[in-house]
Ligand binder design. Structure first.
Ligand code: ADP
Length: 606
């Protein structure tokens, strides 16, 4: 995106996130840039009054106004600085909230996309770095505006001096306009050099930031590794510390320090160069104003006014130059932010809402599917009919396409070819909300969140006590929840509440099952949430669950055939194809793929 357009878009975004911040920043810049001129102007005025032997009352009048103005301006800048700082902090929260909402709305397909994942990772890194994008951008804006206003005010003040400078008072170099022209030329040259130096220095800062970020990453990674009880076991038992120490010494103490030292040297050299130039220009300015003063072209007060203002010009230029370099740092991060927010989903939903009290039959008609950016088909020509109320087992080896089928049924992805019908209606015809209500799924990689147990089960902070009780009881975890300090309101894990309760993997599994039962959706799917359990425990959970969802359409996935014997129908997948369907007995009689798998596994169960 064009840089100017991106900057405009950032202002629009900031304004949308918080209406107060831009006006406050503008006021802040105005008061900050006016402040030094008040004292310069009043000092000059007082000197003029003294020179003209003005009455004491007049002198005190001006002193009084100067003191009052100083008080007001100091108060105003102090207040605005604090206020703007807190608004910038809030801006970060608002920005993060908007991003979180966007990520929640993003389609699953996009979320799994590797390019999108890279964008989100980059965004996260930026959010964790010392400076976050929008608050930093506003701070930079403040510096730029302060610089600009300072420059404008100074130029307005020294305008009369320019008139004097362009009028020859004599024949020497210092008395002719050529002196002023040379001086202005020197200032322009200096401005250009400051600009170049600022960009150069900022590039060093960028490199330094990158180096810092890399060090941060390594350190945080260590903190994660050492602080996590899950890795704690291995690190201790295998004595892995030397391995990590080695990386630490090599990366942090050697490479990292070298980079930072190089950058510091470069920055120091450039800064001194700019300082020398500043001294030369300053000397020229004093000389010019001094010479003109000597010729009696203006009084001592104006001398102070002009000197002060000239110096502020340099200040203003430096402030502005600095910000231009900073933009180079901010723009790529903003681009990343807008790319994530602008990501559109290709998935279109219809308007039909299914009647949740009815029966549901599901039909896959010649369904084939390829994951985006993948050339191989994960499912090929699948024809499958699940009658209303039927309990279907989907079995097959790892990678045979079982989970992919579930993702398609729930419309986390759209089929590449063929169609999926629910009660004869293509699932694309249903509204998103309607479709979500149809399914209760427990995935293999189910998640239990660090919120109260009841909120986990109800998937909401509001819930029905009786329904919760029933779901927990059926999932065989009511007793465990009851013995927690706050019952179902107890926080799980310790991320959000230090008094939270750590639950075991098996307990988490039961809560995930309770969540599916609580939802009470007409179609239920268990996608191997029990893979970590032994076959007997899995069999128990599956048959228990089976009895609770008797009246619903249900799909059970497992690569252990013993868990699925009780189902009305078994669908066997192999390399993305549906190779057999039938009851357990029928399939054994067929002596095909199922019989082969069954016989191979049965020896372990005998
Ligand atoms: P199963 O559930 O039977 O173990 P899956 O449905 O998970 O098998 O996977 C079927 C095939 O699709 C596998 O070859 C797997 O590598 C591939 N696959 C799964 N998820 C993705 C994905 N997000 N992107 C690309 N390929 C995938």
């Amino acid at each position: 995106m064009n840089k100017a357009k991106l900057v405009a878009k950032m202002y629009k975004e900031v304004q949308a996130l918080d209406k107060r911040l831009l006006p406050v920043t503008l006021l802040q810049a105005i008061s900050a840039s006016v402040k030094p001129f008040v004292n310069i102007w009043f000092t000059a005025k007082l000197l003029d009054l003294l020179e003209a032997s003005a009455p004491l009352a007049t002198l005190f009048f001006y002193i009084g106004i100067a003191v009052a103005l100083n008080f007001v301006l100091f108060f105003l800048t102090g207040f605005l600085d604090e206020y703007a700082e807190s608004l910038r902090g809030l801006l970060l929260d608002r920005e993060n909230r908007k991003m979180a909402e966007k990520l929640y709305e993003t389609s699953y397909e996009t979320l799994e996309d590797s390019d999108f994942k890279a964008l989100v990772h980059k965004h996260d890194e930026a959010a964790k770095s010392r400076w976050a994008r929008f608050p930093y951008f506003i701070w930079t804006t403040l510096r730029f505006l302060s610089g600009l206003f300072t420059l404008v005010i100074s130029v307005v003040i020294i305008l009369p001096l320019l008139k004097i400078g362009f009028t020859a008072t004599g024949s020497s170099f210092f008395e002719r306009p050529v002196f002023l022209v040379s001086l202005l030329g020197a200032i322009l040259l200096m401005a250009a050099m400051i600009l170049a130096a600022a960009v150069y220095i900022n590039r060093s800062y960028l490199a330094a930031n990158e180096a810092y970020a890399q060090l941060d990453r390594i350190f945080y990674c260590f903190l994660d590794i050492f602080g996590d009880y899950r890795t704690g076991k291995e690190i201790r038992l295998y004595k892995e510390q030397p391995l990590i120490d080695h990386i630490a010494t090599e990366k942090i103490l050697t490479e990292g320090e070298k980079t930072l030292r190089r950058i510091s040297m470069r920055t120091a050299k450039t800064s001194s160069f700019v300082a020398i130039l500043g001294a030369v220009v300053g000397f020229g300015v004093y000389l010019f104003i001094g010479v003109k003063g000597l010729f009696g072209l203006f009084g001592i007060g104006s001398l102070v006014l002009y000197c002060g203002s000239f110096m502020q010009i340099i200040n203003g230029i430096m402030l502005m130059a600095n910000t231009l370099g900073k933009l180079a740092e901010i723009l790529p991060l903003a681009d990343c932010y807008f790319s994530i927010l602008g990501k559109k989903s290709d998935m279109r939903y219809g308007s039909q809402t299914p009647d949740l009290n009815g029966d549901f039959e599901i039909e896959c008609k010649d369904v084939s599917f390829r994951y985006p950016k993948s050339t191989a088909y994960a499912l090929r020509h699948v024809d499958l009919h699940i009658r209303a109320g039927e309990h279907l087992a989907v079995v097959g080896r790892n990678g045979s396409g079982k989970t992919t089928l579930i993702k398609l049924l729930c419309r986390l992805y759209d089929v590449t070819e063929g169609e999926i019908l629910i009660n004869g209606v293509n699932i694309r015809e249903f509204s998103e909300e309607g479709l979500r209500r149809l399914w209760a799924v427990v995935f293999q990689d189910f998640q239990i969140f660090s919120v109260p147990a009841a909120h986990n089960v109800a998937a909401s902070d509001r819930y029905d006590e009786a329904r919760l009780h029933e779901a927990l009881e059926k999932a065989d975890c009511l007793a465990r929840i009851r013995e927690m300090p706050q019952g179902a309101e107890t926080y799980l894990y310790k991320d959000l509440d230090p008094a939270g309760v750590e639950i075991s993997g098996g307990e988490a599994q039961k809560l995930a099952l309770a969540r599916a039962l609580y939802k009470d959706a007409p179609i239920v799917i268990l996608d191997e949430p029990t893979a970590a359990l032994d076959p007997i425990a899995e069999h128990e959970i599956y048959s228990r669950f089976h009895s609770f969802v008797q009246n619903k359409t249900a799909i059970y996935i497992s690569h252990r055939l013993s868990s699925c014997v009780f189902c009305d129908k078994i669908a066997v997948f192999d390399h993305g194809r549906l190779v057999e369907t039938g009851t357990h007995t029928e399939l054994l009689q067929n002596d095909g793929q199922y019989a082969k798998l069954w016989n191979a596994q049965a020896q372990y169960y005998r």
